[in-house]
Design a protein around this ligand. Structure first.
Ligand SMILES: [Zn+2]
Length: 93
């Protein structure tokens, strides 16, 4: 069983959480000023990293807050968690 340290509630079982995707992506600017391809890439294209990755997780069966997790995609080891404004690094090797 994977334990995830919610920055608000403490360590809880993974079953209480929902994965929210890559936390390193930044939303493109104004829709009218951005090329369609840039939006398509933002919405549909994702890296499939091997190693440390910064992710969004939602404590859906707890405090219902979003937070960041640095997780190794090979070992599932979680090396850090933090609030949405925290800097957990780039996540890449
Ligand atoms: Zn929580």
């Amino acid at each position: 069983m994977l334990l995830i340290e919610c920055p608000y509630c403490g360590a809880r079982a993974q079953i209480e959480f929902t994965y929210g995707g890559d936390a390193t992506l930044s939303r493109p600017g104004d829709l009218s000023a951005v090329e369609t391809k840039e939006w398509l890439d933002f919405v549909y294209l994702r890296e499939n990293p091997r190693g440390p990755h910064i992710e969004w997780w939602h404590h859906s069966a707890g405090c219902r807050r979003w937070f960041k997790v640095r997780r190794d995609t090979l070992s599932h080891e979680i090396s850090a968690t933090g609030t949405p404004d925290s800097n957990l690094g780039s996540g890449s090797v």
